[in-house]
Design a protein around this ligand. Structure first.
Ligand SMILES: *Cc1c(COP(=O)(O)O)cnc(C)c1O
Length: 361
């Protein structure tokens, strides 16, 4: 069967060469005579997979030496709790609420102290990113929290907030590795792998070393302490071994194609095709403020629920999967992560042009 163009927000499309290599190595990884899935996490072969994945990610993102890379489990949702349990030691933190995921992270943080809502765009259905240049940051806040790319709404912070020197924590689940960033501006970055990196079940945490502390919220489970995992190089217990292996293959794929500068160029090219069409279309329009548009999740609609539904059904028949918007917002969403080929975006745009010809009044 032919592979479809999969615009899923997550779990999402993976690079075909990575899937092919994983298939080739499925039964026998190199000279081990076994699959990576069957290997001890304490074996030499797996140790190399893990160490290379960390080194390759550090190279790709230009991660400074005073940061640790951790491969954990529990998805983004576990980070909603781990961040405050480990970092909110004075009991306060400031959250910028730009979508469902930030909102959930904020609600979770309330269990471990008294975080504040520093800014929000909820009054406008999260269709833009608030101006974060001069917010009233709490002098006692342990960190300022953002969800940098809002997967559901299709917005992204055009610039980082001014935290007035406070530690910045960023949920980068749906934009990590989409373009170069300056890691030194962050205290902690985390990302579930299933959006822009690899399979579900692995979450990557990049944390500045001075934030890794023994002093955590009383009663924090051992498995939810960054220090436990950092001290053991993510091998405190059995890590998500196969997920780490696939993430490692994706890192090598990115390095081979030229790293994040080249990835950004490709992502801008892809997103521009769709956004330019949306801006000229009589039928479709983009769903969020232009200045805050995401490179990864392109949200759009026709302004008419029945027409949206007609489009989604027609797109499915034409071989474009998962264009339906998140259940909380409706409309359409094309997630065009790193692994979505340019041809997929061109084909979708051509399909939209044709659909418009047939349906515009
Ligand atoms: C998908 C997503 C989450 C939730 O991740 P889970 O792994 O399902 O817990 C959190 N934040 C962002 C930005 C996401 O896109």
């Amino acid at each position: 069967m032919k592979r479809v163009y999969n615009f899923s927000a997550g779990p999402a499309v993976l690079p075909e060469p990575v899937l092919q290599q994983a298939a080739d190595e499925m039964l026998c990884y190199k000279d081990t005579g076994m699959s990576v899935m069957e290997m001890s996490h304490r074996s030499k072969a797996f140790e190399t997979i893990l160490d290379e994945a960390i080194a390759d990610l550090k190279q790709l993102m230009n991660i400074p030496d005073n940061y640790k890379v951790l491969f954990l489990q529990g998805g983004g949702h576990t980070q909603f709790a781990m961040v405050p349990m480990n970092l909110m030691r004075s009991g306060s933190a400031d959250y910028i609420i730009t979508g469902e995921w930030a909102k959930k992270a904020y609600a979770e943080a309330k269990k471990y102290g008294t975080p504040r809502k520093l800014a929000t765009s909820e009054e406008a259905s999260f269709s833009y990113i608030p101006d974060c240049t001069n917010l009233d940051v709490n002098p006692t806040a342990d960190y300022v929290y953002i969800c940098e790319n809002n997967t559901i709404y299709g917005t992204k912070f055009p610039v980082l907030p001014n935290t007035f020197g406070k530690v910045l924590v960023s949920d980068m689940s749906s934009c990590i590795l989409s373009e170069p960033i300056d890691v030194s501006k962050y205290g902690l970055i985390y990302a579930g792998a299933q959006k822009n990196i690899g399979p579900a079940g692995t979450v990557i945490v990049i944390i500045r070393e001075d934030l890794i502390k023994e002093d955590v919220f009383p009663g924090t489970p051992t498995m939810l302490q960054y220090k436990i995992h950092a001290d053991k190089n993510s091998l405190y217990n059995t890590p998500p071994t196969y997920g780490i292996y696939i993430c490692g293959l994706v890192f090598k794929w990115l390095l081979n194609l030229g790293g994040l500068e080249e990835m950004k160029r490709r992502n801008v090219e892809k997103a521009s095709i769709l956004y330019d069409f949306l801006d000229s279309s009589k039928l479709f329009k983009g769903s969020v403020a232009k200045k805050d548009r995401s490179l990864m999740n392109v949200t759009f609609n026709t302004g008419n629920k029945e027409m949206d539904e007609l489009f989604i059904n027609a797109s499915l028949e034409a071989g474009f999967e998962n264009l339906k918007g998140h259940r909380s917002v409706g409309g359409m969403r094309a997630s065009i992560y790193n692994a979505m080929p340019l041809d997929g975006v061109k084909a979708l745009t051509a399909f939209m042009v044709q659909f418009e010809k047939e349906h515009a009044l």
